[in-house]
Design a binder for this molecule. Structure first.
Ligand SMILES: C[S@@+](CC[C@H](N)C(=O)[O-])C[C@H]1O[C@@H](n2cnc3c(N)ncnc32)[C@H](O)[C@@H]1O
Length: 205
């Protein structure tokens, strides 16, 4: 059965240069700073949920991280990252799946999501995401999540998004996760546009 969501994202990554999409970052600065401040050993496990073609995983490989997973609904996105990573590809677990239907088979110390949760505009999609998140984390796991802020764009990649401030994200996750830190970030798109993001770091109780 065809999934319009998957078709959309497959098409995006098949037809657009990875460094031309609005969410492209030459360096995933906010994510790296958030991960660095956790001061975790390189043996800690991290999953980049909806990681797409992001270079976050490249930078973590360079830092010596040993247990990395990238999940995305779009196989062409992961192909871009794999091509770039060449010999390092085998060191990373690649998962092609929709996070709202995926059933994690293990737990991760860090769950990272930049600009994926905000596409879940229906309550049942968010419930399914939280189910995966709870299965894929254990007590003391950290969640680093970034969504468009209330004054951020209403759409991304042609799709509607749900925008959040910190309180709204706390509302989504606080039954199981405690907020550790939150901040806003202005992202500059490759075409010079400005987009406000809301970032939160949560720790599982
Ligand atoms: C705006 S992009 C952000 C990509 C990456 N996180 C970054 O910061 O560069 C959103 C990503 O989420 C993926 N995605 C969208 N919906 C998804 C879902 N339900 N499950 C898994 N991945 C999804 C898309 O394929 C795309 O790679």
């Amino acid at each position: 059965m065809t999934d319009p969501k998957r078709e959309h994202w497959d098409e995006v990554y098949r037809t657009k240069a990875a460094d031309s999409v609005s969410w492209y970052q030459p360096t995933p600065g906010p994510s790296l700073r958030a991960i660095d401040e956790l001061q975790l050993p390189v043996t800690a496990s991290l999953i980049d949920v909806g990681g797409g073609a992001s270079s976050l995983v490249d930078r973590l490989v360079e830092r010596g991280w040993l247990d990395l997973t990238v999940l995305d609904i779009a196989a062409p996105a992961l192909d871009i990252a794999k091509t770039r990573l060449e010999d390092e590809t085998a060191r990373i677990a690649w998962v092609i799946d929709d996070v709202t239907v995926w059933r994690p088979e293990r737990q991760y110390d860090v769950w990272h999501d930049r600009a994926v949760f905000h596409f879940l505009t229906e309550p049942e999609q968010r419930l399914a995401y939280r189910r995966a998140l709870q299965t894929g984390t254990s007590p003391a796991s950290v969640v680093i999540i970034a969504t468009f802020a209330p004054d951020g764009p209403e759409r991304c990649s042609g799709l509607p998004v749900q925008r959040y401030d910190a309180a709204a994200l706390v509302n989504e996750f606080s039954s199981v996760f405690a907020l550790e830190r939150e901040w806003r970030e202005e992202h500059m798109t490759p075409r010079g546009g400005r987009q406000w993001f809301q970032w939160c770091i949560f720790r599982r109780r």
